[in-house]
Design a protein around this ligand. Structure first.
Ligand code: NAD
Length: 298
């Protein structure tokens, strides 16, 4: 059985690495956060003290880190993955990092003889928990079948999109839709609450009406409408506000590169950023409703 390494054991990385352990692999993990390391250790990850220790004898390295700068540093740093892993190791990055970072990291990997695969995901912490994520692969086509095989325990739909940057392009477009949906779901919830609607009853109407959408069903912003939604547990993330703002910004940047004017994304990004900077950064993004209602953030 190949030995695996997992870097970034947060809300997504923790349950994703668990599926690999359940599939029988040994997983060595690394995270800069001590609590994340403790939680990972509790599910069977063999926690390492450094990136080098985690990846030294790994056949495949996975990463699930916040942003492009984090992934770039972890991969290309002096004691990072590319300096520490064996030549020929496959590195599958599942983070959402944008097209330019993905291309830059592919080039750096090629120079070191590392096989880099971008594999951003959709499906949220629920999909990570259930092993039902959708993956969007961008890499040299000759590596796509091994990457798919190594992601099988984590996903329901694993799509090969194309060469470097294309997986992140698909993810950026997906999250433009999702990010704007979450934002408008929060605006609609604030309006419904102010109009005195019973939001549980409204939910039953909306999911049978033209307002229905994926994030409204899973991540309903009104508390105690969907028992498993972050709003029903004090807006604990879920999908952190700052990460959603990051993804909307990636869409705006990608739009600027190709001359696509994304006015709706700009408004959603502005609202998410305001909320993030006024105390909502690490709360679930649906806590934007608190900001819109002028309520205190927990
Ligand atoms: P998170 O903040 O819960 O986890 C990120 C982890 O990375 C943290 O534990 C952090 O300590 C660790 N980390 C940061 N810098 C590090 C470094 N240099 N070395 C090692 N570990 C480091 O975030 P998350 O929700 O798990 O999101 C991770 C990625 O997945 C992001 O790119 C996000 O956009 C994407 N994503 C998240 C969701 C979601 O629903 N949460 C869904 C799809 C995609």
């Amino acid at each position: 059985m190949p030995t695996l390494a997992w870097l970034g054991l947060g809300l997504m990385g923790n349950p994703m690495s668990k599926h690999l352990i359940n599939a029988g692999y040994t997983v060595r993990g690394y995270d800069i956060d001590a609590d994340a390391c403790d939680r990972a250790s509790a599910i069977g990850v063999k926690v390492a003290k450094t990136i080098a220790e985690a990846v030294a004898d790994a056949d495949v390295v996975y990463s699930m880190l916040p942003s492009g700068t984090d992934v770039h540093d972890v991969m290309t740093g002096a004691n990072g993955v590319f300096a520490s892993a064996r030549k020929g190791t496959m590195v599958i990055d599942c983070s959402t990092i944008g097209i330019d970072y993905a291309k830059k990291i592919h080039t750096a990997a090629d120079a070191k003889g590392i096989v880099f695969v971008e594999a951003p995901v959709s499906g949220g912490t629920e999909g990570a928990r259930d092993g039902t994520l959708t993956f969007m692969l961008g890499c040299d086509p000759k590596h796509s079948s091994k990457a798919k095989e190594m992601l099988q325990p984590l996903g329901e739909y694993i799509a090969y999109v194309g060469g470097p940057g294309t997986g992140q392009a698909a993810k950026v477009v997906n999250n433009l839709i999702m990010g704007v949906s979450v934002t408008v779901n929060c605006e609609a919830t604030a309006l419904g609450q102010r109009l005195g609607l019973d939001m549980k009853e409204f939910f039953e109407i909306a999911i049978r009406s033209s307002a229905d959408n994926w994030s409204l069903r899973l991540w309903n912003p009104a508390p105690n409408v969907v028992p498993e939604a972050p709003s029903s547990r004090g807006y604990a993330a879920g999908f952190k506000t700052w990460l959603l703002a990051k993804d909307l910004h990636l869409a705006i940047e990608a739009g600027a590169e190709v001359g696509a004017d994304l006015k709706t994304a700009e408004t959603a990004y502005k609202l998410m950023t305001e909320h993030s900077e006024s105390g909502g950064k690490d709360l679930d993004a649906t806590s934007l409703v608190l900001h819109l209602n002028g309520e205190k953030k927990k």
